[in-house]
Design a protein around this ligand. Sequence first.
Ligand SMILES: *[C@@H]1O[C@H](CO)[C@@H](O)[C@H](O)[C@H]1NC(C)=O
Ligand SMILES: *[C@@H]1O[C@H](CO)[C@@H](O)[C@H](O)[C@H]1NC(C)=O
Ligand SMILES: *[C@@H]1O[C@H](CO)[C@@H](O)[C@H](O)[C@H]1NC(C)=O
Ligand SMILES: *[C@@H]1O[C@H](CO)[C@@H](O)[C@H](O)[C@H]1NC(C)=O
Ligand SMILES: *[C@@H]1O[C@H](CO)[C@@H](O)[C@H](O)[C@H]1NC(C)=O
Ligand SMILES: *[C@@H]1O[C@H](CO)[C@@H](O)[C@H](O)[C@H]1NC(C)=O
Ligand SMILES: *[C@@H]1O[C@H](CO)[C@@H](O)[C@H](O)[C@H]1NC(C)=O
Length: 511
Amino acid sequence: MRRFIFSLALVCSYAFKSAHSFGGAMEGLEDAMDIQREQLERLGDFLGPMNIPSSAPAKRQSSITFSNPAAEQFFVDGTKIPLVNFDAGPSWSGLMPISGDPNETRKLFFWFWPTNNVSNTKDLLFWTNGPGCSSLEGFLQENGPISWSWGQAEPTPNPWSWTNLSHVLWVEQPVGTGFSQGTPNITNDDQLAAELMGFFEQFLEVFQELKGNDFWLSGESSDDDRTVRRVLYVPYIANWIYEHPGLDLNLKGIWIADPSLSYGVVQQEIPALRFARANQNLFPFNSSFWDELQAISDKCGYTDYLDDFVTYPPAGQLPLPVATNGTFTVTQACRIHSPIQRAVGVLNPVFDVYRVSDTWPNLWSVLGFPRSTQEFVQDAIHAPHIVWNSCADRSVYLPGGDRSIPSTLSVLPNVIEKSERVIIVHGLADFILVAEGTRIAIQNMTWNGAQGFQTPIEPETFSVKNMGVYGNEHTERGLTYVEFYFSEFVPWASFSTLAYLLGKQDSPSSG
Ligand SMILES: *[C@@H]1O[C@H](CO)[C@@H](O)[C@H](O)[C@H]1NC(C)=O
Ligand SMILES: *[C@@H]1O[C@H](CO)[C@@H](O)[C@H](O)[C@H]1NC(C)=O
Ligand SMILES: *[C@@H]1O[C@H](CO)[C@@H](O)[C@H](O)[C@H]1NC(C)=O
Ligand SMILES: *[C@@H]1O[C@H](CO)[C@@H](O)[C@H](O)[C@H]1NC(C)=O
Ligand SMILES: *[C@@H]1O[C@H](CO)[C@@H](O)[C@H](O)[C@H]1NC(C)=O
Ligand SMILES: *[C@@H]1O[C@H](CO)[C@@H](O)[C@H](O)[C@H]1NC(C)=O
Ligand SMILES: *[C@@H]1O[C@H](CO)[C@@H](O)[C@H](O)[C@H]1NC(C)=O
């Protein structure tokens, strides 16, 4: 891959020379090509350290070893993962039952990676993706030691792997997700958390040396149209652990990205039109359609909502807009998010609601099409031979979906109060859940004795090492909120906020 970058840089410098011969009139073009070439050279740093195969490469050592012989069957040799042409380091993966019942049929697929830094072996971080979606998404696309994201022809080491900061446990959960086994029979996220507790207990029996570690939960939301209310698991799991002591781990905090924190009216409908207007080059609508949208927004109480009610501190509980007719569900005539998404999808066939900056062509993904993980990696990671989908094609809840109450209106305040730190991050290019909607949800939540943030979220307060300002940050009463430029898929920014969660940095910023 890196060789490719360098040859691309050569092509650019050739083009640069041709442009140069045109003389002064082409100065701007010359500069642009020069800058492009510098950028391509710098891209090498984003691909991680290149391992040049030698005749007798020294295998990477684990920062932890396990004495229970049962651990052995889960061991994965990091030099032998199919298609991964570098030593990814040692790891452990496979199926773990969610109870000690020898007849237990429900088993969750996990992949445990030790930290590569011996100073960090007292931490254990859990990661999950959103409803029914595999945690291998986060692993390969954001935070695992092997990066194989959209459009990457082959896997590369990830310089921002979270294993630099902590032992990390990626789990495909709940039952019904990914390689995990069993028939889903839950109806809410307390039941989900109870099942996961069973898994943790079984896991710690095999990997006993992790007992007593500091414990952190992390995850991101994902869309699931089948469930009316989309609730992120992580706050519920944390709440369950705090309220049901007994797990031999010391839970200290959570990190959640682009989470579902409230109802659709809050996180989608109210901020949708402001978002589209602020990103007008990516939502290039005709003027009559803008007029239609504006009319809906005015009629339904969205237009001035943020300016009127999202104040610091808030003036009182935030009202629901007239659009809801007194419920949390928007009336048909006041739906504005879906019409915007549908219309932009006609103009941009590869519109990605999670990252609106994507344009043609569509990026290939090893997790999706044309082939999926299971076809080449199953045996190496002790996964069952079943059809694997990145997001389950059936609900992971019983019919009726997840009946939990959104976390800002239920468990999140308790979790913040019991944690050392809680971090919510939100990508500014995310349209499935909009950052301004997350601000509404936070300002309407009461924790640690007050409602919402008392002072404003100042712009340009979050920065990343070697990059500079990378968004906005605010911390109050144990809750940190960070808005990232671009999307949630900016691993350097996530890495920095995670270092803060784990107490290895004294602010979310690293720059
Ligand atoms: C497991 O299933 C077998 C066969 O159905 C049954 O005989 C046995 O009692 C079960 N064991 C437990 C612990 O439930
Ligand atoms: C290992 O972690 C410690 C503590 O977090 C940190 O100070 C040190 O810089 C890390 N080492 C490397 C090589 O990243
Ligand atoms: C993570 O660790 C690897 C290996 O020690 C190192 O090359 C890389 O720079 C580290 N990444 C960060 C963000 O510190
Ligand atoms: C799901 O089914 C199992 C038996 O397979 C049962 O033990 C468990 O209580 C059920 N869970 C719920 C939430 O109904
Ligand atoms: C704010 O929270 C209160 C209850 O705490 C709720 O009644 C109200 O509907 C919420 N408003 C919004 C916009 O979510
Ligand atoms: C609003 O709610 C009332 C009472 O539930 C109902 O009669 C009315 O049709 C609703 N209006 C709209 C626009 O949905
Ligand atoms: C304007 O945009 C809307 C929504 O994309 C579309 O339905 C309509 O056909 C467009 N009108 C023209 C004249 O292109």
